[in-house]
Design a protein around this ligand. Structure first.
Ligand code: SF4
Length: 85
């Protein structure tokens, strides 16, 4: 697995695809000077991006909000159990 490193003072995140589409959850973001997941957004723009469909964005949103969705599910199950008694 390659480790990408910034060459100047500018963090990698400024040109990273995952920063651009707001899917990165690394704690180093947005000031990472080295990263193993870095993908240059400028290269991505030259290639068609078939993966960024509506369902992909929904999946990314669900992954980011998994904790909140689990909490809402627990509250709904609790309410259902109380109402059924
Ligand atoms: S994957 Fe790495 S370089 Fe890209 S935004 Fe996240 S921390 Fe920054």
């Amino acid at each position: 697995m390659p480790l990408y490193q910034a060459t100047g003072d500018e963090p990698l995140c400024l040109t990273c695809t995952y920063h651009a589409d707001n899917t990165c959850t690394f704690p180093k973001r947005p000031l990472a000077m080295d990263c193993t997941l870095y993908t240059d957004v400028r290269k991505q723009l030259l290639v068609a991006r078939p993966g960024y469909t509506g369902s992909f964005r929904l999946q990314a949103w669900v992954k980011r909000k998994a904790g909140l969705l689990a909490l809402i599910g627990l509250v709904l199950i609790s309410l259902l159990l109380v109402l059924l008694r």
